[in-house]
Ligand binder design. Structure first.
Ligand code: SIN
Length: 328
């Protein structure tokens, strides 16, 4: 769908990637037995009025269940965002996405684009065929955010709440209000088509990896996430190190250790991680707690990821490895 009512109109581009929001079930009462990523993004916009002075353009970038999100889709998505953001008439972008890896895509896009216009990732917990689908309201709210002057950066919109890409996390398996920003709190609320802003919009964190570098990457550095838990085994790390010694196209280059509490590790995992780091593998500790950050302690040999969750720390480490700037 591409509509325009006049040359002074500002535009919001809606990029579809699939998810439950585009899901279809055989019965309207069924909120869980559906297939994600079936309904086209142009169809999702049917019946949604754009705010006055805004025209909508729909583009299908992918059509997947977001559990199957890939680097290739991220690259295409980042490219399409960069293309549209460069258009002066484009006020902002909305991305329809599955809830399951939404926080990863949002963090990735914020890391590689750091946009000065809003890029709003939205979703639904119920399929489009549900008796009372939540997708249409979320899309409508996302369009409001994407067309609001002053809004910027990558944010997620779900259940009337605007979350920063840095903080957003899916925290519930079923509730419509499935996302949370932890200690940081939301950026804003959308109330009856108006924004109530609570704090600053996300801005680029530090030096960004040039977007062109990411767009051209054919093989992404392999970074694995390992969880520290009761009776953790360092032998898993040793096996990855051994595989790396044997060589090959896709050996591990980085490890994110999902650490307990304030970044602590089971002694067996920690000892193996130190051996891996000595062999040149980049190691990062991220807390497995859903809230809070790792407060640095003196004499830590393994770096920590601060407030980043393990999945976001993995993306940060991959980008660091791609930029060639890692400090093991
Ligand atoms: C998905 O992440 O694509 C499926 C689940 C959802 O969107 O809620």
């Amino acid at each position: 769908m591409a509509e325009s009512n006049g040359k002074d109109e500002r535009r919001v581009v809606v990029l579809g990637t699939g998810g439950t929001i585009a899901g279809r079930a055989s019965a309207a009462a069924d909120n869980i037995g559906y297939t994600a990523g079936e309904v086209g993004v142009a169809e999702l916009l049917g019946g949604i009025d754009a705010p006055p002075g805004i025209s909508l353009t729909a583009e299908q970038v992918a059509q997947v269940d977001s559990k199957d999100m890939s680097f290739a889709i991220w690259q295409t998505l980042a490219q399409r965002c960069a293309y549209w953001l460069a258009e002066p008439a484009v006020a902002g972008i909305v991305i329809t996405h599955g809830t399951d890896t939404l926080e990863e895509t949002a963090f990735f896009l914020q890391a590689v684009l750091g946009p000065s216009k809003p890029v709003v990732v939205t979703c639904a917990m119920r399929p489009s065929t549900a008796l009372a689908p939540d997708g249409p309201q979320n899309v409508r709210d996302a369009i409001v955010v994407a067309s609001t002057p002053g809004a910027q950066g990558v944010v997620a919109v779900c259940a009337g709440t605007v979350h920063s890409a840095f903080d957003v996390q899916k925290v519930h398996t079923y509730r419509l209000d499935a996302f949370d920003s932890g200690d940081a709190g939301p950026v804003a609320y959308v109330e009856e088509g108006a924004l109530r802003v609570l704090r600053d919009w996300p801005v680029p964190a530090g030096e960004r990896l040039a977007f062109d570098r990411v767009a051209g990457v054919a093989s992404w550095p392999r970074v694995e996430i390992l969880l520290s838990h009761a009776e953790s085994r360092g032998s898993i790390v040793d096996a990855l190190v051994q595989e790396r010694r044997l060589g090959g196209p896709d050996v591990v280059q980085g490890l994110v250790l999902a650490a307990t509490g304030n970044g602590t590790l089971h002694h067996s995992l920690e000892a193996a991680a130190l051996r891996a780091q000595a062999e040149g593998i980049a190691v990062l500790r991220a807390t497995r707690c859903s809230q809070g950050r790792i407060l640095p302690r003196q004499k830590e040999v393994l770096r920590d990821a601060g407030a980043l969750t393990p999945v976001k720390a993995r993306i940060a480490l991959m980008l660091e490895l791609l930029s060639g700037e890692r400090s093991a």
